[in-house]
Each structure stands twice: as structure tokens, then as C-alpha cells.
Design a protein around this ligand. Structure first.
Ligand code: FES
Length: 291
């Protein structure tokens, strides 16, 4: 085994310890000052460019302080513990006591630790600032849409959809009659041969006369699923080519989507108008909050 490589002597270091100490402490204080100013800038209405510059100052200050400290004040090289009795001689103990009483190295590390804590705390506080910009919690708004029992199915122009209007092998984009244009409530409605449908348990009456509706928001990344391939009875998402099988509760059959499109329960009233009997079968869109 090769002998341990000796660490650099003080003469090998690029900076004198006292100079390095001052540079590190100044850099930490600079980082802390930038963090404090950042909080004030944010509280006064936020200025994106100023905040960017201040974050730059924070991380440059902390980085320079740590690098100078590590390269100049910390020992490096390989060290080997002496295999000697651990108890110090009386003379050594007295020398250490004298060194502690005198200050010097011990005092320098204490200063650096304090300024490092100051910078670390300020940086932590500054990182908490953007959290306030996330806005209010959506609560349960993402779990429901404006579809409800009895709500009429309407097209973009506000006209109620009659069962006879739904074309075989065609596709309509529809909304709740009182919430035209609602992004989360938009649905696609198609008509297929009822005998071909494999309706999920509990949904046996959700597709009267083969008229079936699903959320238009792709369960992969919420793009609109606006294409229908009648020959395969698949709804297609143009963003990343996910395909959903209309005959089997819109389960994904290809592409990156992993979840079926939520189904909208439908009925046909005495006047022949298509109406919902409730909200979608589950929250619409990618739905990460429900999994
Ligand atoms: S958003 Fe539909 S496949 Fe990606």
C-alpha cells in the first residue's frame, strides 16, 4: 500500500487563512443580504428581473463562501490516525488549553459557522417566497364539474341536443346547457350500435339508444380528445396519439394515456332531449390528485 499523501501546508494555500475567513464571511453575509432584499421586493409587488438578480446574488454568495472555506480553511489530503495511546501528555493538554484561551483558529471557525447559518437561514426564507405565488388552494373544485342530474346536453351554440341529432359514427362536442364553453365540463358524444357496447357494471343505462358521452379531456395531459375513428370505434387524442375504445368504457388501447376517459351518464327525456343524470364517473383530466 502506498504511503499516505501529505496534505498541503499553509504555504501551499492560495490565500492566507485570515483573508479566506473574511472572504467567506463576506460572501455569506452578501447572500443573506440578497435574501432579505428579495423578501422585501416580493412583498412590495414582485419584480421578476430584480428577483432573478437577487437569487443570483444569493447563490453566488453562498457558493463562493463555501468554496473558499473548503479550499482554504479545511484540511485535505490523506490522513492516518496515529496508533498511539489516545491520552494526551500533560504538556499537550496545557498547550491546547492555551490555544483555546488565546482564540485564533477556534474563533475563526465560529465566525464562519455563524455567517453560514445566517446565509443558510436567509436562503431558506427566500426559497419559501415563491410558495406564496402558488395561489389559493383549489379545494374540491377539481373533483367536480357543472354536470348534474337533469342538465341538458348542449352544443357550442347553446342548442339542446336531441337524440335524433346525434349522428351514427359521428361526434359532437357538448357542454352543460347552463355552462357553455366550460373547459372541464366539455364532453364528446357519439352514437354506436347498442348491441356492440360493453357497458361497465353499474352503467348499463348510461348510454340510451347507443348514445354515449365521455370527457373530452385526455387522461394523459388534458389535450382535447376531438377525433373519432368510426371504423374502430376509437376516440383519438392528437397530442400524443392515445386511443380510447368507445365500446369498452373508453379504456386506453394505445398511446401514453393510462386511464379511461370519465363517462357522462345520459338519459333521453320525453321530448327527445339528451340530458345528464349526474356528473362524470370520476374527475376529469390527468387526475393526478385522485390517485
Ligand atoms: S394528451 Fe392525449 S395522449 Fe397526451
Amino acid at each position: 500500500m502506498s504511503p499516505p499523501r501529505p496534505g498541503p501546508t499553509p504555504a501551499d494555500r492560495p490565500l492566507r487563512p485570515r483573508t479566506a475567513e473574511r472572504i467567506s464571511a463576506t460572501a455569506f453575509i452578501l447572500a443573506a443580504a440578497c435574501a432579505v432584499v428579495l423578501v422585501f421586493v416580493y412583498a412590495r409587488g414582485a419584480d421578476t428581473q430584480a428577483e432573478g438578480l437577487l437569487y443570483f446574488g444569493i447563490f453566488i454568495g453562498a457558493g463562493v463562501g463555501l468554496i473558499v472555506w473548503a479550499n482554504t480553511l479545511l484540511d485535505d489530503g490523506q490522513h492516518q490516525e496515529a496508533r498511539e495511546p489516545m491520552r494526551g501528555e500533560a504538556g499537550d493538554t496545557a498547550a491546547v488549553d492555551a490555544e483555546i484561551s488565546r482564540g485564533g483558529e477556534i474563533e475563526r471557525r465560529t465566525l464562519l459557522r455563524r455567517t453560514l447559518w445566517l446565509a443558510g437561514g436567509a436562503v431558506g426564507a427566500s426559497l419559501a417566497v415563491p410558495i406564496r405565488s402558488l395561489g389559493p388552494s383549489p379545494g374540491k373544485d377539481l373533483l367536480h364539474t357543472s354536470w348534474a342530474d337533469g342538465v341538458g346536453v348542449a352544443t357550442q351554440d347553446g342548442g339542446l341536443v336531441r337524440a335524433d341529432d346525434v349522428p351514427v359514427d359521428g361526434l359532437l362536442t357538448v357542454f352543460p346547457e347552463h355552462d357553455i364553453g366550460a373547459a372541464d365540463a366539455q364532453a364528446v358524444i357519439v352514437r354506436v350500435d347498442p348491441a356492440m357496447l360493453h357497458l361497465a357494471p353499474g352503467r348499463e343505462v348510461w348510454a340510451p339508444q347507443g348514445i354515449i358521452a365521455f370527457s373530452k379531456l385526455c387522461t394523459h395531459a388534458a389535450c382535447p380528445v376531438g377525433l373519432y375513428q368510426a371504423s374502430t370505434h376509437q376516440l383519438l387524442c392528437p397530442c400524443h396519439q392515445s386511443a380510447f375504445d368507445v365500446l369498452r368504457a373508453a379504456v386506453p388501447v394505445s398511446g401514453p394515456a393510462a386511464w379511461p376517459l370519465p363517462q357522462l351518464p345520459l338519459t333521453i327525456d320525453a321530448a327527445g332531449i339528451v340530458r345528464a343524470t349526474g356528473d362524470f364517473s370520476e374527475p376529469v383530466g390527468p387526475g393526478w390528485w385522485k390517485r
